[in-house]
Structure formats: structure tokens, C-alpha cells
Ligand binder design. Structure first.
Ligand code: G3P
Length: 216
């Protein structure tokens, strides 16, 4: 499973990229606002920090406007992936862009039928939002299971990119279901490394090693 980080904070991105485990980045207008930086400038910088896809979202709602914005965004770097909302105009834009060889991430997916439409439109990635599903009392992971099943039934190549991840259990469940990508806030990625018994184990080994009086 690929690991993407869901942030526009370049400090966090470069730190996580150093682990060698980061496969891409996703941003959205809210994350750009949070970063407090110029959209074009920060996106260009992020594209230089990772080799994999960097999702940059259009804000126009009509097909022509989305195409105009995508033209600007795709010139930033070869690894830009245009993010479009799951609407009729968004999917029209997706079909056109992927037909031209541009990567497209279809976002704000909340149903398996929407994911089916995105795959038919040739999306590179579909982004179902699990956390926001959980927030309103549905189990977001059921959506991932349904999408996986449907995509496998028809051998769609669209990658299932689990978005709106809130905690490590979402990541574990995504991996068990066979999602292609998980995009996570930096804190969730860091939490994946942690286990209290790992810390306790290191502590014990180091204490015993000190008693040997040796060095490596
Ligand atoms: O980038 C889309 C996504 O991951 C949003 O997450 O936490 O705002 O629901 P959240």
C-alpha cells in the first residue's frame, strides 16, 4: 500500500520524505489555507520534495473553468495530479485530462456508485472520505470494501486512495481490504511507527548493554 501525506506543510513533508516511506502528497484548499502560503509556490515546492504524485485541487465548478485551472496547475511539474470534485463537470474534466495523459484524483467520494463513475471516467485515483463518513454515523470502511469489490469485478485500474483518515485503525483496515493508497495527516503516519513495547524493549536492551561495558 502506498503512503501519501495529507498536508501542504513543507516542513512535515520533507521530514517524512526522509524516511523513504512517502509515496506522494495530497492537498486541498483547506490545507493550502492552513499552510498560509501561495498555492502555486507551495505546490511547486512540494513537487520537488517527493517523486510521487502531488494532488493539487481545482476550485472552479464548471468544466471549462476546471480545464483552465488544470492547465495552469499541470505546468507546475510532471508529478502534479489534478484533483477534481465528484460532480458531472468534475468527471467530464477527469475524462479529458486522463485522456491527455494527466493524472487525476477524483475527490469528495461518498458512495460506491460515485466511485464506479470515477473509474469509468478513467480516474487515476478515487478518494473516498472515511473519517467524514464515520462523523455522520456510517462506517466509512464499508465504502472502501464496496469500492474494492466493484473495481476488482471489472478490473478497473483506478487506484483506491483512502482519504479523511483520522487514526491508525483506518490505515490497518485499509491495508486489510487491499486499498491501493492511504493519505494520512502527518501525525497519523508518525503514530504508525509507535508501540509502547518497542520503547520499553529498547530501554531494557540499552540498560543491559550498558552493564556489559562494551561498545560497537
Ligand atoms: O484531502 C482530503 C481529506 O483527506 C480530507 O480529510 O480530515 O478534512 O476529512 P478531513
Amino acid at each position: 500500500m502506498k503512503f501519501f501525506v495529507d498536508t501542504a506543510d513543507t516542513g512535515e513533508i520533507s521530514e517524512l520524505a526522509e524516511t523513504g516511506l512517502l509515496d506522494g502528497v495530497t492537498t486541498n484548499p483547506s490545507l493550502i489555507h492552513k499552510a498560509g502560503r501561495d498555492f502555486m509556490e507551495v505546490t511547486r515546492e512540494i513537487c520537488g520534495l517527493v517523486r510521487g504524485p502531488v494532488s493539487a485541487e481545482v476550485v472552479a465548478l464548471d468544466h471549462e473553468g476546471m480545464m483552465r485551472e488544470a492547465e495552469v496547475l499541470r505546468k507546475i511539474a510532471d508529478n502534479v495530479c489534478i484533483k477534481v470534485p465528484l460532480t458531472i463537470d468534475g468527471l467530464k474534466t477527469c475524462k479529458k485530462l486522463t485522456g491527455d495523459g494527466t493524472m487525476v484524483n477524483v475527490t469528495l467520494c461518498f458512495s460506491a456508485n460515485q466511485a464506479l463513475l470515477a473509474a469509468k471516467a478513467g480516474a487515476t485515483f478515487i478518494s473516498p472520505f472515511v473519517g467524514r463518513h464515520d462523523d455522520v454515523g456510517f462506517d466509512g470502511m464499508h465504502l472502501i470494501e464496496d469500492i474494492r469489490l466493484i473495481y476488482d469485478n471489472y478490473a478497473f485500474e483506478t487506484e483506491v486512495l483512502v482519504a479523511s483518515i483520522r487514526h491508525p485503525i483506518h490505515v490497518l483496515q485499509s491495508a486489510k481490504i487491499g486499498a491501493d493508497v492511504a493519505t494520512m495527516p502527518p501525525a497519523v503516519i508518525r503514530n504508525l511507527f509507535k508501540h509502547p513495547l518497542t520503547d520499553k524493549g529498547i530501554e531494557g536492551f540499552l540498560a543491559d548493554w550498558a552493564k556489559t561495558g562494551q561498545s560497537i
